[in-house]
Design a protein around this ligand. Structure first.
Ligand code: HEC
Length: 245
């Protein structure tokens, strides 16, 4: 029984956590196809996040310098690439700080009816595919207060902050069906924009579970240990039984 428990523990350590179920409407999600071993993609995603999202969304369970360490950046690089906020005294936020927003939560509530949620754990609460799909599915809609709606997140209270890159889509579907078409070009092609959103999604997935990078590396050590241990145990058994036979 004890052996079984140990085995179950080892197996539990090796199996990566499955993706969380996506919340929200059951419309099909596009595949984000992120790669958590691609640190360049995660780093680009972080740069976009701190450029376009930090004005409204915090990552309150994460620190700048921990992200830097995981991505192989020095504190100076972290300060230069990521930190765009200031502390109460007006100095640039220190790299050891938790990641707070550049806007006061009260202001956010006043401007957008609801405050923008903290996004540290969003990739676990909703799947990476969901985030990837939401960020590509904004469309013009006069009936909404901000003039924009989202095909995956009905009546979303977030403006399309990446419109300059993607351009504007319109709903050309009929009978309540949603079908999006680009009506105003952005700075990027659709493929380039998908790449940007994939990078942001990769960053958000990493930030939701930084330990996953380490755990996947640790799993390999465990497997090698078990292989070497099995060989040694076998040799030892042979050695003992030689005298008996
Ligand atoms: C101008 C403020 C603002 C900016 C900038 C902004 N957001 Fe939002 N975001 C919001 C608000 C407000 C909501 C809540 C919407 C709702 O619940 O209807 C939200 C919700 C979200 C959600 C859904 C979270 C959930 O679990 O419900 C995601 C994902 C998200 N934002 C990602 C981003 C990303 C990525 C960026 C940067 C590219 C970004 N946001 C930039 C205001 C903003």
């Amino acid at each position: 029984m004890k052996k079984f428990a140990t085995l179950a523990f080892v197996v539990a350590c090796l199996v990566p956590a499955g993706p969380a179920m996506a919340a929200g409407p059951s419309a099909p999600l596009d595949r984000a196809n992120i790669d958590l071993s691609d640190t360049a993609s995660i780093q680009r995603g972080a740069e976009y996040f701190f450029q376009y999202c930090i004005g409204c969304h915090s990552l309150e369970h994460a620190r700048y310098n921990r992200i830097g360490q995981d991505l192989g950046l020095t504190d100076e690089q972290v300060a230069e690439k990521f930190v765009h906020t200031r502390d109460a005294a007006g100095d640039p936020t220190g790299v050891g700080e938790l990641i707070k927003i550049a806007m006061r939560p009260d202001d956010a509530e006043e401007w957008f009816a609801q405050p923008a949620p903290d996004l540290t754990l969003t990739a676990r609460a909703n799947s990476p595919d969901w985030i990837y799909t939401v960020l590509r599915n904004f469309y013009l809609d006069d009936s909404r207060p901000l003039g924009v709606n989202n095909a995956t997140f009905e009546a979303m209270g977030m403006p399309h902050v990446l419109w300059e890159l993607q351009g504007w889509q319109k709903n050309v579907g009929e009978d309540g069906e949603i079908k999006l078409e680009l009506v105003e070009e952005g700075k990027m092609s659709a493929e380039e924009y998908d790449e940007v959103v994939r990078d942001i999604t990769a960053f958000m997935t990493y930030v939701a579970e930084p330990i996953r990078m380490e755990r996947e590396a640790m799993g390999m050590y465990v497997i090698w240990f078990l292989i070497v241990f099995t060989i040694l145990a076998y040799l030892l058994k042979k050695e003992y039984w030689r005298d008996v036979h």
